[in-house]
Structure formats: structure tokens, C-alpha cells
Design a protein around this ligand. Structure first.
Ligand code: SAM
Ligand code: SF4
Length: 323
């Protein structure tokens, strides 16, 4: 089992398969994707070796992310590869869902277990203003298809921004009345590129949490391995609400995840430095050297991030790493 110097166990891998994205989310890539380094994404073979190495060290869950992972043509093969790796119990994806109705059947055939879709506003005009794309209806249709299929769990990620979701929680509550998804409000995080935006738009999740509790929402009792999200349910609502509050006290105490970028760099923290390359070890089928490298690097994992001091490490935006 992967365990760090602070006793935290890492059974969860966030695997970025590309840093390219077609959206222009105002908090992430406001000017769209800029190709400022050579494309050297991990191949399917490299991904296969990497996931086998992690699974051999106790990893049970893999989340495929990006950039926008659905821009990779071989995404169904990547999902199937992760799913078929002995020891991996759950394969999830985080996507902007730009073609969800078209992509969903392929993802389901490949064995996807959980789908997280990012929707930062339920108002089509605001959605367009935030992402640069008029895709809300398509995405909601895809979510309905996933719910009707019944196999994958469906979560929706919403970044809290003062101007949008931060001031319009009611539309989400109305939606959750009859929609059995878990909606996760994520506090906007500062990155290297978004400092001004962050200063103008950051709102704390704690206010939402207080209001939910006043309105009768109850905390879901989660097991220790559940990670840093806090989740709530309400007997009158089919959906649940999660809060991800990276600026809250002790947020990093429950860290259960490691990250690998699309160029095969291990990131011990979302806001660490530039990543530690596993590329050389990924060139042959023997997974022991890959495992030895991961274990030797894990000792450098810090107790917590330094976001409170406005230190964002090497992370210019989260499309680099997948959030
Ligand atoms: N493109 C996919 C998507 O948007 O779902 C996957 C990659 S995206 C980087 C992963 C998640 O990070 C999304 O839910 C996105 O909203 C969130 N995210 C990106 N930048 C963020 C920031 N500065 N603060 C908080 N969440 C952010
Ligand atoms: Fe793309 Fe996701 Fe970043 Fe939006 S949040 S720009 S969809 S990577």
C-alpha cells in the first residue's frame, strides 16, 4: 500500500491523459488552450504499465481527467485498459461533457463506473459566458441518458464563483429535487494564471454549508477513505450535495490521491512543483522499476498545500493536471 510519512494512504490515482481542452472556462483557460510545449502524451502501452504498477501498490480507483479527456480518440481503449487492470475496482472520468450523448455508449461499453461532469451554471447564457460554449442542453441530455442507463454514478462539479453559482444556489436546489446526482460545489482555487480572477470571484463554501444545515440537509457518514469532500443529503431531495473546500482547516489531512500528468509526471500534490518524471521507467513491461520510483518519490509528499500563502507551486491552471 502507498503510504506517506504522515500515515495517509493513497488508493486513488487521478490520471490525466491530455492537457488539451476545447472549452475556455474563465477560471481555468480563459484564452483557450495554448500549445506551449511539445505534445508527448502517454501512449496506451505506457498507461497500461502505469496503471498496473499503481494497482500493484494498492490503488483501487482511477479517475481519467485532462484537459478534456474526451478529445483523445483512444479514450474508450484507455477506459477499458484501466478497467481490466487486476486490482482496479472503479474507473471514473471527469469531463466537460461536450458530446456526452454521443460518447456515453462507448464509455459504458468500455466499463466506466462513474462520471463527473462540470456544469458551472444551469442558466444557458451564463454557461456560455463561463465556458465559451453553448452546450448546456447537450450536457444535460447526456446526464439524463446516464441516469436512465443506471450503471454509472453521476456527479456534477460546480466551481463556486461570486458572480455565478456563488449567488444562485436555488437553481441547483430546484434541479436536485428530482435529479439523483451528487452536485459538488468546489471552492475556486488560485492557480498561477488566475490570480486577479480568484481575488474577484472566490467565495467560501462554509456559508453554503451553514445554510444547508439550517435547511435540514444532513451529513452523509463517510468512511475514512472517502477523501476531502463533505457530503449532505435531504429526505425531500433525490440529489445530494458535496462541498470541496480546499481552503478549510485540515483539508489535506484526508488526502487519498496521487496524480500523474499526461506527460507521465507524478505530482504529489495539485499545487506542488513541476512533477517527477516516470517516463523512463514506463518504457518496458517490468513494473517493478516503476513501483520503486513511485515509492522513492512519495517520501517527498508534504503535509499540506500552501494555498493560504498564495503559493500555487508549478500549477498555472488545472487543465495541466486535471484538478
Ligand atoms: N475538462 C474536464 C472538466 O472540466 O471536467 C476535466 C479537467 S478540469 C481541470 C477538472 C475539474 O477542475 C473541473 O470540474 C473544473 O471545474 C475544476 N477546476 C478547474 N480549474 C479550477 C480552479 N481554479 N478552481 C477550482 N476548480 C477548478
Ligand atoms: Fe477545459 Fe475543464 Fe479547464 Fe474548463 S475546467 S477549460 S473544460 S480543462
Amino acid at each position: 500500500m502507498l503510504t506517506d510519512n504522515f500515515g495517509r494512504r493513497f488508493y486513488y490515482l487521478r490520471l490525466s491523459i491530455t492537457d488539451v481542452c476545447n472549452f475556455k472556462c474563465n477560471y481555468c483557460l480563459p484564452d483557450g488552450y495554448q500549445c506551449d510545449q511539445p505534445r508527448d502524451f502517454m501512449s496506451l502501452d505506457e498507461i497500461k504499465r502505469l496503471t498496473s504498477a499503481f494497482a500493484g501498490l494498492g490503488t483501487e480507483k482511477i479517475r481519467i481527467t485532462g484537459g478534456e479527456p474526451a478529445l483523445r480518440k483512444d479514450l474508450p481503449e484507455i477506459i477499458a485498459t484501466c478497467k481490466q487492470t487486476p486490482g482496479i475496482k472503479k474507473v471514473a472520468i471527469t469531463s466537460n461533457g461536450f458530446k456526452l450523448p454521443e460518447h456515453l455508449p462507448q464509455w459504458l461499453n468500455a466499463g466506466i463506473d462513474a462520471i463527473n461532469i462540470s456544469i458551472d451554471s444551469l442558466d444557458p447564457r451564463q454557461f456560455l459566458a463561463i465556458t465559451g460554449h453553448n452546450k448546456l442542453d447537450t450536457i444535460l441530455k447526456g446526464i439524463d441518458m446516464a441516469l436512465a442507463d443506471g450503471r454509472p454514478t453521476v456527479k456534477v462539479n460546480t466551481v463556486l464563483m461570486r458572480e455565478y453559482s456563488g449567488s444562485d444556489i436555488q437553481s441547483y436546489l430546484d434541479w436536485l429535487k428530482d435529479t439523483p446526482v451528487t452536485l459538488r460545489f468546489i471552492e475556486l482555487m488560485q492557480t498561477g494564471d488566475n490570480q486577479k480572477f480568484f481575488d474577484a470571484q472566490h467565495v467560501q463554501g462554509s456559508r453554503i454549508k451553514q445554510n444547508l444545515i439550517l435547511d435540514g440537509w444532513l451529513p452523509v457518514i463517510q468512511d475514512k477513505a472517502a477523501g476531502p469532500a463533505q457530503e449532505f443529503y435531504h429526505p425531500d431531495y433525490q440529489g445530494r450535495i458535496g462541498l470541496i473546500m480546499p481552503y478549510s482547516k485540515d483539508f489535506c489531512d484526508n488526502c487519498n490521491r496521487l496524480r500523474v500528468s499526461s506527460s507521465a509526471k507524478l505530482h504529489l500534490c495539485l499545487f506542488g512543483e513541476n512533477g517527477l518524471s516516470l517516463r523512463e521507467q514506463l518504457q518496458c513491461d517490468d513494473i517493478e522499476p516503476i513501483q520503486a520510483k513511485i515509492l522513492s518519490l512519495l517520501g517527498d509528499k508534504k503535509a499540506a498545500h500552501f494555498l493560504h500563502d498564495k503559493l500555487t507551486g508549478g500549477t498555472k491552471h488545472l487543465a495541466m493536471l486535471g484538478g
